[in-house]
Write a protein that binds this ligand. Structure first.
Ligand SMILES: [Zn+2]
Length: 143
């Protein structure tokens, strides 16, 4: 289940449903799924924030072109802006999944727990199979 716990940490990284990503603390709209894009980094990547005041930014010490970003409303830390990271010269926002809450565009709310479960359950066939996948652990009720 190693890949699963990794997956669980950044459950929005490969999450591409249409909707908006909100601050998990104050529910303020931060990013649209339209600005989300695939990136090799371990964090979910966004190109532009939803609103001008969605994010507050402070320069990261000793790291050029890198800003610390937090929620523009409540100050919840979100991740980083990497300036000029994109081919078109734009910024990439690397945002920690745990600080986000996804709201699907059709109005359905999706909790991070559900998303995590869904992605963990997806049949990824891991190439390095040093340990056999636990096939009969679906009925365990942990937590
Ligand atoms: Zn907030």
């Amino acid at each position: 289940m190693a890949f699963c716990s990794w997956k669980g940490e950044e459950y929005y990284r490969d999450h591409f449903r249409s909707g908006t990503y909100h601050c998990v603390k104050c529910n303020y709209g931060l990013f649209s799924s339209l600005s989300k894009y695939k990136h090799d980094s371990r964090l979910p990547a966004f190109a532009t924030p939803l609103n001008k005041d969605s994010l507050s930014k402070v320069p990261e010490k000793n790291r050029r072109l890198t800003l610390k970003v937090s929620c523009g409303k409540c100050g919840n830390p979100l991740g980083h802006e990497f300036q000029r990271d994109r081919k078109d010269g734009g910024s990439r926002f690397g945002i920690v999944s745990q600080s986000l809450k996804f709201v699907a565009s059709f109005g359905g709310m999706e909790t991070s727990k559900e998303t995590e479960k869904k992605y963990c359950a997806s049949p990824y066939s891991s190439s390095s199979s040093s340990t056999p996948p636990p096939s009969s652990s679906s009925s365990s009720s942990e937590d």
